[in-house]
Design a binder for this molecule. Structure first.
Ligand code: ZN
Length: 167
């Protein structure tokens, strides 16, 4: 269910410009636009999550579909040769991911996995990211982040460079 009115929604979507960059950067850039504060690659957390949102007790992993075996995804192919090499390797990666997510959950972190293929559809990704903090975000906070996104967008109109430095 959409938590925003159609007008707000289209404002948000206008905010979301397509970018030609890595999946993780796409996610970071969106989070930044929505006014999220985050830290990157915290070594002290299991699995070194790509993005950490301390205020929302949320960690985000941006996973490549091939290496991390996105189930049912066309990008999660298995090479035809040397399967004796690939299959155990894939198995270890998935096992490690599960273990890390379990440990993070035990420490009270909300774990979000964004798949690489999902970052290519910016509207879907936006929905996904807005849900990240759904478990503890108040309406007030959502409105605040929305208005911050709008302000950032307006600023970007006349000064893209300056906007990118806003933290
Ligand atoms: Zn995928």
């Amino acid at each position: 269910m959409d938590t925003f009115s159609p007008e707000k929604r289209s404002e948000i979507m206008r905010c979301v410009r397509s970018t030609d960059t890595t999946p993780e950067k796409r996610v970071r850039s969106l989070l930044h636009k929505f006014g999220f504060r985050f830290r990157l690659h915290r070594n002290d957390l299991p699995g070194k999550p790509d993005i950490v949102l301390p205020k929302h007790h949320t960690v985000v992993f941006v996973h490549g579909c091939f290496w991390h075996r996105h189930q049912g995804c066309p990008h999660a192919t298995t090479p035809a040769s040397r399967q004796e090499y690939w299959l155990p390797k894939f198995g270890r990666t998935v096992e490690r991911d599960n273990k890390n997510q379990q440990l993070l959950g035990q420490k009270g972190w909300n774990v979000v996995v964004v798949w690489e293929c999902e970052t290519k559809d910016l509207s879907k990704l936006t929905e996904e990211l807005l849900r990240i903090v759904a478990h503890d975000a108040s309406l007030v906070w959502q409105r605040q982040s929305l208005s911050m996104a709008m302000a950032a967008e307006k600023q970007a109109d006349y000064n893209t460079e300056k906007n990118s430095k806003v933290s």
